[in-house]
Design a protein around this ligand. Structure first.
Ligand code: CUA
Length: 288
């Protein structure tokens, strides 16, 4: 028993704090007790539909269970009271079938419209392209250089030495730079992701962006984009069980003002193909 309390102490403590503290909102914003803070442009609609569904299902659950309990008590077996034989009620059937049909259709249409905006429309042309290739167990990240263009990533060209699957002579890629597990996004600017995998299925997951995308090896996902509306430090977590090291497949992600992003990018040396840790030694290229 003592052991149990000792193990669960942090849990009891957080529940207690959540109940009594005036800082409840902050705890809910940052802990597992409620949704994490949303910093993404698309997150408003996602959270909205989440709350709509939560309220609808919550109200329905309360209504159904309270009616059920009321009827269980009201129509319980009692000596001398005979059972009522009901043959149904067509009007009621139509009503309680029609209302859910309407609700589900509305949710489906609204959800589909949001999905279209997020994933099916072409990302904005001024978006910053960022390549992210998952591997056991880490993130290869590729940024465009001064030209703002990322080398073309081709899934069939992805190898151990060339995780992004780029042509080393692609002029767009000569000034690209890479990092390992470090992502910096400018705030209020669309980011177009080019996602892929070197080995097994990984997933790009940032709860504060309300963004989740599986990365199946053999293809480059070029339709995922986002816009962060607030600065902050976040964690990019792999969300597909991808092997023994899955639990440590983290990326450091920060959203910073545009100027800060530019200063960070300026300090990075170009790496046309590059794999592992960002090298501090610039790659020497013809014509430079
Ligand atoms: Cu990669 Cu889990």
């Amino acid at each position: 028993m003592l052991n149990l309390i000792r193990h669960r102490a942090p849990l009891f403590l957080s529940v207690g704090m959540g109940l009594v503290s005036t800082a409840q909102a902050e705890i809910r914003q940052t802990s597992v007790w409620w949704l994490p803070r949303n910093v993404s442009m698309f997150g408003h609609e996602i959270d909205f539909i989440f709350y709509v569904i939560l309220v609808l299902t919550g109200v329905t659950a309360v209504a159904v269970f309270s009616t059920m309990i009321y009827f269980i008590i009201k129509y319980r077996a009692r000596p001398g009271v005979s059972a009522i034989h009901s043959h149904g009620n067509n009007t009621l059937e139509v009503i309680w079938t029609g209302i859910p049909v309407f609700i589900f259709l509305a949710l489906a249409i609204y959800g589909n419209e949001q999905w279209t905006q997020m994933r099916l429309k072409t990302p904005p042309a001024d978006a910053l392209p960022v390549g992210v290739i998952g591997e056991q167990f880490g993130w290869n990240v590729r940024y465009p250089g001064a030209d703002g263009k990322l080398a073309k990533m081709t899934a069939s060209k992805v190898t151990k030495e060339n995780p992004f699957g780029v042509d080393p002579n692609d002029p767009a890629g000569l000034d690209d730079f890479t990092t390992y597990g470090e992502l910096v996004f400018p705030v209020d600017r669309p980011i177009r992701l080019y996602l892929g995998s070197k080995d097994v299925i990984h997933a790009f997951y940032v709860p504060e962006f309300r963004l989740y995308q599986d990365m199946v090896p053999g293809r480059i996902y070029d339709f995922v984009w986002l816009k962060a509306e607030q600065t902050g430090k976040f964690q990019l977590a792999c969300n597909q069980l991808c092997g023994q090291g899955h639990y440590k497949m983290f990326g450091k992600l920060s959203v910073v003002p545009q100027g800060e992003y530019e200063a960070w990018a300026k300090g990075k040396a170009p790496q046309p193909t590059a794999a592992k840790e960002t090298s501090t030694v610039p790659v020497v290229m013809a014509g430079r």
